[in-house]
Design a protein around this ligand. Structure first.
Ligand code: MEV
Length: 442
């Protein structure tokens, strides 16, 4: 986000964001090109004029038969840590992009978004499943910890040269579940703590752990089981804080109550967190990051106190509403498919992120802002009106409307929604049927 400080740019950004959602797709693309400095050939990829060759997909996964395209939108009006940023979102769910942009606009007018990173270390786990002599194993491994760290770093010279590498190895002692004889065996787990720089680091840490396996067996005189990263990356966290100044007290109180609901009820917390991840997963997908890893880590972290809890919190502080999020986020701007997938490369360029930490902070912010939008709607008008109004497009398409018919079907569905407070696919089919009957009788 380095060049987002220039005053001219700030004014230009505001101008280009104005009426963005009402502009034609060509116009939107032109505005994105100007804000993000995209080349004509990158624009051709985004617009679909240059199609993606299955040859690239062939190298990403197995048994390839083609691509599965998702809509790519951009969230507008985001100003994070004082810098404007356009956020690409690859997602199929109606209303996420609109809600995110509307909430970001609200914050731009009435508040601020601040973000931070805490820690840089990912975790690789090496398991000693059934320890024969626990004191001996711990003491021998502890005595040769530095040797193991050196050996680990020797496997990843490139990362070490970039300033990263294994920083520490910690030993954890775990009880195995009680066995049939009623006794418990001990399990040891070594945590290999590594700074992966701008990579998510899964491949790196898995290789390091496997490379250490024979040495760990030799030193401990025990058998090693699994060697694999942990997705609960609580050593690499990203956080954000949103403040809405002088909020309408009714809305502020409603959002606070919504948070309290999630705080005391895991059934609500699951939906609360899903709404927050609605703002994070689409950025992860657009940038080629492993959203399953993030989801697993976030949900595990949400349960760290022995109960599933919300990953955001909202409180009234005087007349202001203050929201916070802090979650494990180990993302990559290099490695994986981030540089191999043409869309991911463009998405990273669009946000002008200079590091994986930058990207993680943006994701923390989009999650918190998306959660704010959902809670505001739920605490005021409810979710149905806004969501279903946008969902009319999906219903029209599912009913079989052609491009030139979609607008009419959506308009009619909106009228029914206003009157009856509900719409479904049968309504869309009926509208389409009568539209076509009218057209053929002309
Ligand atoms: C829907 O995708 C997300 C919400 O259910 C989130 C929430 O309830 O907070 C609206």
């Amino acid at each position: 986000m380095g060049s987002f400080t220039d005053q001219n740019f700030e004014d230009r950004f505001k101008l280009l964001m104005k009426g963005f959602h009402k502009a034609s797709r060509e116009d939107r693309l032109r505005r994105v090109q100007e804000i993000c400095g995209l080349s004509d050939s990158e624009l051709e990829i985004l617009s679909g004029k240059k199609t993606l060759s299955p040859d690239i997909a062939e190298h990403l996964i197995e048994n390839v038969i083609g691509w599965f395209p998702l809509p790519l939108g951009v969230a507008t009006y985001f100003k994070i840590d004082g810098k404007e940023v356009l956020i690409p979102l690859a997602v199929e769910e109606t209303s996420i992009v609109a809600a995110l942009s509307a909430s970001a606009k609200w914050i731009l007018e009435q508040g601020s978004i601040r973000t931070y990173n805490r820690g840089r270390l990912i975790i690789g786990q090496v398991q000693i499943p059934s320890v024969q002599n626990i004191e001996k194993a711990i003491s021998q491994l502890g005595a040769r910890r530095n040797e193991l760290i050196e050996m680990a770093n020797a496997c990843i010279p490139g990362l070490v040269a970039r300033g990263g590498g294994v920083r520490d190895i910690a030993i954890r002692e775990l009880d195995q579940p009680t066995n049939e004889a009623g006794s418990t065996n001990k399990m040891l787990v070594l945590h290999v703590l590594c700074d992966p720089c701008d990579a998510m680091g899964a491949n790196l840490i898995n290789q390091v752990c496997e490379a250490l396996k024979p040495k760990i067996e030799e030193i401990s005189e025990e058998r090693v089981g699994l060697c694999i990263l942990s997705n609960l990356v609580d050593g690499r966290m990203a956080g954000a804080e949103v403040v809405i100044r002088n909020i309408d007290p009714k809305i502020g109180r409603g959002i606070e109550e919504a948070y309290l609901f999630a705080q005391v009820d895991p059934y609500r917390a699951a939906t609360h967190n899903k709404g927050t991840l609605n703002g994070i997963d689409p950025v992860l997908i657009a940038t080629g990051n492993d959203w399953r890893a993030v989801e697993a880590g976030v949900h595990a972290y949400a349960s760290r106190n022995g109960r599933y809890e919300p990953i955001t919190e909202w409180k009234m502080v005087g007349s202001d509403l203050v929201g916070k999020i802090e979650i494990p986020l180990s993302l990559g701007t290099v490695g994986g498919v981030t540089q191999a997938h043409p869309f991911a490369k463009i998405a990273l360029k669009m946000m002008k992120v200079e590091s994986a930490d930058d990207l993680a902070r943006i994701c923390a912010a989009t999650g918190l802002v998306q959660n704010l939008g959902a809670l505001k709607a739920l605490a005021t008008v409810g979710i149905v009106q806004g969501h279903m109004n946008l969902h009319t497009a999906n219903l029209a398409i599912a009913a079989g409307a052609a491009a030139h018919e979609i607008g009419f079907v959506r308009e009619e569905l909106s009228q029914i929604l206003k009157k009856e407070k509900r719409i479904n696919l049968s309504h869309a089919r009926e509208i389409l049927k009568s539209l076509r009957a009218d057209a053929s009788s002309l």
